[in-house]
Design a protein around this ligand. Structure first.
Ligand code: DAH
Length: 371
């Protein structure tokens, strides 16, 4: 069984045999076992390989160290203490090598999970399994519309201006050439606030139109002006398929030398074609607004049934009234301008075929998830 001291097969240690094992043979076998075990542990590439090596070398039932322990019994009596001491050393050595390998592999694992933590991802397990317990959301259709309108008008050279939703009467009415006697100023047609404005601003109200921003922009800068403003407006209307007490408008204003009604028509045509499609029909009807002269109402073709086209009003437009230009200190002899104000809900509903604008505010995900 022993051809040379260095070539004892490790399993020989545990092989039951009647002959007593010389101490030297036992120790050499132990050394080989230690070496083989250490390299098996240190070379294990993953947890499964390490577990297999653990069972092979340190397995409680038929591991190779267990077999060596049995061989210890066959070492002659006087040599037993030395053999036992070395056996314990090898046992500790192998256990230390196992622990070291476990730590090494744990280190690799935690390095993997040490990827940058992204708190915006859905919960780990569900995400990895491809199940999304919380469906990712998206922008509200009206917000999508507002963003797209800004984009379209941006390409036509209009920049975005903002104004407050709580307004004074100067910006909501007076400067827009809407006299005290005008029905639009009836307190029952507006959301007046109980608190007065700061200083001598007078009564305050929730703005009933985004035309207020025309005044705020022109008060601050000399012509030329080329702006749009998108935001909420408030009127005490009963909610129905086309009305809501709060809705959104897109306001446009262009003031420069030699601006004409033809410019207004071109811009509104481009606007409608870009947002609603090139086959959309829009039409202008003569109308009246205190802040424009002449004024038009802008309609869009909604549907054609039996050769008859039904039009829906998008909003109003016109050439800025000289009184408005004067109110902000502009010279109507020098500059002219056009303005328009359109309903965001209306164009969004037309684009998507929504029959009732109240759907936009019900927040029913079955509706919202379609956009
Ligand atoms: N402010 C008007 C409204 O809310 C809409 C409007 C009409 C705006 C004509 C304009 C305009 O800028 O020129 O009914």
């Amino acid at each position: 069984m022993v051809s040379s001291l260095g070539q004892i097969a490790p399993f020989a240690l545990g092989t039951p045999h009647s002959a007593a094992m010389p101490l030297q043979a036992f120790l050499t076998g132990l050394d080989q076992l230690a070496q083989a075990g250490q390299s098996a542990f240190s070379q294990s590439a993953d947890a499964a390989a390490l577990e297999a090596a653990r069972v092979e070398f340190l397995g409680a039932k038929s591991g190779r160290l267990k077999a060596a322990q049995k061989g210890l019994g066959t070492v002659p009596g006087p040599d037993k203490p030395a053999a036992g001491k070395r056996f314990n050393e090898v046992k500790m050595l192998l256990e230390a090598a196992l622990t070291e390998a476990q730590e090494r592999l744990r280190g690799t694992d935690s390095a993997e999970s040490a990827e940058p933590f992204d708190p915006t991802l859905p919960g780990g397990r569900e995400f990895k399994e491809g199940r999304h317990p919380v469906a990712p959301g998206h922008l509200h259709p009206l917000t999508q519309t507002i963003e797209e309108l800004k984009d379209i008008m941006g390409r036509l050279g209009f920049t975005v201006a903002d104004g407050p939703e709580v307004e004074d009467e100067w910006h909501n009415f007076e400067a827009l050439n809407i006299p005290k006697s005008h029905p639009a100023r009836d307190p029952l047609e507006n959301f007046y606030l109980a608190t007065a404005g700061v200083g001598n601003a007078g009564p305050m109200l929730l703005r009933s139109q985004t035309s207020t921003v025309q005044i705020r922009v022109m008060e601050k800068q000399p012509p030329p002006v080329r702006i749009i403003s998108l935001g909420r407006v408030y009127r005490p209307d009963d909610a129905d398929a086309t009305h809501y007490p709060m809705f959104h408008q897109i306001e446009g204003l262009l003031v420069d030398r030699n601006v004409t009604m033809a410019d207004l028509k071109s811009v509104l045509r481009l606007f409608a074609a870009s947002f609603l499609g090139h086959d959309v029909h829009i039409r202008f009807r003569p109308s009246f607004f205190p802040f424009t002269e002449p004024s038009v109402e802008v309609d869009m073709a909604w549907e054609t049934i039996g050769g008859k086209t039904r039009y829906v009003e998008m909003g109003g437009a016109g050439m800025v009234d000289p009184n408005v230009l004067r109110a902000v200190g502009y010279d109507p002899e020098e500059v002219t301008g056009f303005a328009f104000g359109l309903g965001v809900e209306r164009v969004c509903a037309r684009r998507h075929g929504v029959a009732d604008i109240r759907e936009f505010y019900r927040n029913d995900v079955r509706f919202l998830s379609q956009f």
